[in-house]
Design a protein around this ligand. Sequence first.
Ligand SMILES: [Cu+2]
Length: 153
Amino acid sequence: MRPLLLGFSLALVACGGGSGGGADADEAVNCAALEADTFVVGFQKTGQDGVLDFRIMSATPAPPARNDNAWSVQVNAVAGGAPVENATIKVTPFMPAHGHGAGKNALVEPGAEPGRYELSPINLWMPGVWETTVRVTSDAGDDRVVFKFCIPS
Ligand SMILES: [Cu+2]
């Protein structure tokens, strides 16, 4: 009866968010309702071509959060499991719900162990689901993996 809820409803419409969360850069999203990978230290995923194996050995912050993230990623060959050294790696964060990428380019440096690479900054600058593609070119073969994490707020 009272029009108290009207303003709230209009505010939701004005944000215009789709299923992937609000289009407002500061609007929190309900990650439990969205499809994404569940982060754990050591999170492992095989590349889309089945050639290389990817493992996030550490993440700062953990779990991944809004703005700049640094990931230490281990890349091994699926066949035989040998670490993949001297790879060329490209990191591309993308927000499929909104069709935009990160605000900064992620740099890649060799890590302390064979097959280890330090990726930073992975700039996940707004709440919602981010797909971060890690594309590898190497003597051991080429492959890519998509890490899909939801940033709640
Ligand atoms: Cu966005």
